[in-house]
Design a protein around this ligand. Structure first.
Ligand code: FES
Length: 564
């Protein structure tokens, strides 16, 4: 029995009056008595004219409503914050927790028996899952789906790995201004999220791996008719969820997060997803550690050949079998008893899925694309609480070695000096960026993909070791060490690095060390004035006072759940 319209009544000190008043006002929207007695399914709609990736959400929401109505529920959509990745300053990550709080509070405050979360751009799926987990209301995710690729002069392109590739060529003087302007009109040509295995696609795959979507939901292109069928099926499932009252914490268990980490590694997923998955797990009382990531990474091969690690695009992944094919390949490594939002176990889903697979895109576990997982955590005197390297998208020739640090103190310092012809830098140096972490950025801007200094890129250098406390876009590639924790602005050893210091990187040993004596590191840190940059008011003040470091998912300290 669902509570529907009776759920969470407004407090007037008279419950019968509160229900009478609510019904009266609901009548003004034209609902019949019978409609108001149905299970109420909320639809968290993150459409926004500032979010190109969500351009098709009106159509998706209509399809969800169709499914809810067909299954005997009453669908009520409501707006939430939307985070359009490239339309936000200083960076969308600052606002992920705000969106999660919006979702949590509106899902809890409004009378809904279950909720369908519709979103896709990088931070929206994490924010929706974090919010739904905290609200404790049965929830199902509908990812927006990826864009289709475009063509420029016969060449296939997709946001945003190709955005970076062509921009790098333009910086190196290999493309004219007219050509880069022409490419600009062909990189993102349809609705949907970035066309490669970037953060948005990764999070959609992880939502499916966690059991929070209907089967096969992650990879269907945004403009494909199957995407509408996914939305309709999710509406149907949401009504059943309302009846069974299966809360997110029954689906997003510790074992489900292990499954999601396996998938993250096997798809060569985004580094950002480590932060987001840690944050979602934290809302469920599950502590997801980087040590655990390393253990699973050693045992989990990369199966998919997708950009930015490989060659193909998300529409190819969909046509090749998508997530059902990946899950089937990973079957021996997964906890098959995990419950999904549709009520069946993950094992049952795998066993009933279509068995087609295109091995050019999704390899077998016996002949993988890469034999070990796409991501690895590094620890050492430069990153006591960890850092991340996406080895599947990096140059393995740079994995073991030592380099001279060329240091940029901030993003402003980077943009002021990186292309200075007088910059003291060689191809074997390690570029270091400080003060771009959760506090210093703020919001860990996706600046970890430091540009190769122009004088080197023009000489043909395409990759260097780059180290920072920033994040990088899930569509980026290179030998890039990210999320150095603690960050420089929080007094981490990264703050002590000086131009000319030696740094040792060993992916084999999972090490990142500043080759400076510990006493000297501490003396340097003691001399650095701790800038107090807490904003005077508003959300940005809340952010500065409560954001946690990357190893806790950059969630706010007061939003994480007690461990279970
Ligand atoms: Fe929205 Fe890439 S900009 S997913």
């Amino acid at each position: 029995m669902t509570e529907g319209i009776r759920r969470g009544l407004t407090n007037y000190g008279d419950r019968d009056f509160a229900l009478y008043l609510r019904r009266s006002f609901a009548r003004s929207m034209g609902y019949s008595t019978a409609a108001l007695e149905r299970p109420l399914v909320g639809i968290a709609d993150s459409r926004s004219a500032f979010n190109n990736c969500h351009r098709h959400l009106p159509e998706l929401v209509e399809a969800v409503k169709r499914g809810v109505t067909a299954a005997g529920g009453l669908a009520l959509e409501f707006p939430t914050i939307s985070l359009g990745e490239v339309f936000l300053e200083p960076t969308s990550m600052v606002y992920r927790n705000l969106m999660s709080m919006d979702v949590e509070e509106m899902v809890r405050a409004q009378p809904m028996d279950s909720v369908v979360l519709v979103g896709g751009c990088d931070k929206t799926v994490p924010a929706q899952l974090m919010g739904a987990a905290s609200a404790g209301v049965p929830a199902i995710q509908v990812p927006a789906g990826p864009m289709m690729t475009g063509r420029w002069h016969g060449e296939r392109l997709g946001a945003c790995t190709d955005c970076r590739r062509f921009w790098g060529k333009y910086r190196a003087g290999q493309l004219s201004t007219k050509e880069i302007d022409g490419i600009e009109t062909r990189l993102a040509t349809t609705a949907g999220t970035c066309a490669v295995m970037g953060t948005a696609s990764t999070m959609a795959c992880l939502a499916e791996a966690l059991g929070m979507t209907v089967p096969g939901a992650a990879a269907v292109p945004a403009v494909h008719a199957d995407r509408l069928r996914v939305a309709e099926a999710s509406g149907v499932a949401a009504v059943e969820l309302a009846r069974t009252r299966r809360a997110p914490e029954r689906v997003m268990t510790r074992a489900a997060f292990d499954n999601a980490v396996r998938v993250l590694l096997a798809i060569g997923g985004s580094t950002n997803a480590v932060v987001h998955l840690t944050a979602i797990a934290g809302r469920c009382g599950v502590d997801l550690t980087l040590e655990r990531l390393n253990r699973l990474s050693d045992e989990t091969p990369v199966l998919v050949d997708l950009k930015p690690s490989g060659q193909h695009y998300m529409e190819d992944f969909f046509a090749a079998g998508g997530m059902p094919a990946v899950l089937r390949e990973l079957r021996p490594m997964l906890d098959l008893d995990c419950l999904t939002v549709t009520g069946e176990t993950l094992g049952a889903r795998i066993d009933t899925a279509d068995r087609y697979v295109d091995r050019a895109v999704i390899r077998s576990a016996t002949e993988p694309f890469q034999s070990v997982g796409g991501l690895v955590a590094l620890f050492g005197s430069l990153a006591p609480r960890g850092a991340i390297l996406k080895r599947s998208a990096a140059d393995a020739r740079l994995f073991e070695g030592e380099g001279r640090a060329v240091v940029f103190e901030s993003l402003d310092d980077l943009s002021a000096r990186v292309d200075d012809p007088a910059l003291d830098v060689t191809p074997t140096d390690y570029l270091v960026l400080k003060n771009a972490g959760p506090l210093g950025g703020p919001g860990m801007p996706e600046a970890g993909y430091l540009p190769i200094p122009q004088k080197l890129s023009r000489a043909g250098v395409t990759d260097m070791v780059r180290i920072s406390d920033a994040r990088m876009s899930g569509t980026a590639y290179g030998t890039i060490v990210l999320h150095v924790t603690p960050e420089a602005a929080a007094g981490g050893p990264l703050a002590a690095v000086q131009h000319g210091d030696r740094i040792r990187l060993s992916v084999k040993d999972r090490r990142l060390d500043l080759l400076v004596e510990e006493g000297e590191i501490q003396r340097r840190l003691a001399r650095i004035p701790r800038a107090s940059s807490v904003p005077a008011r508003g959300y940005r003040r809340l952010y500065a006072e409560h954001v946690l470091q990357a190893d806790a998912g950059c969630d706010f300290d007061f939003l994480r759940a007690a461990a279970r």
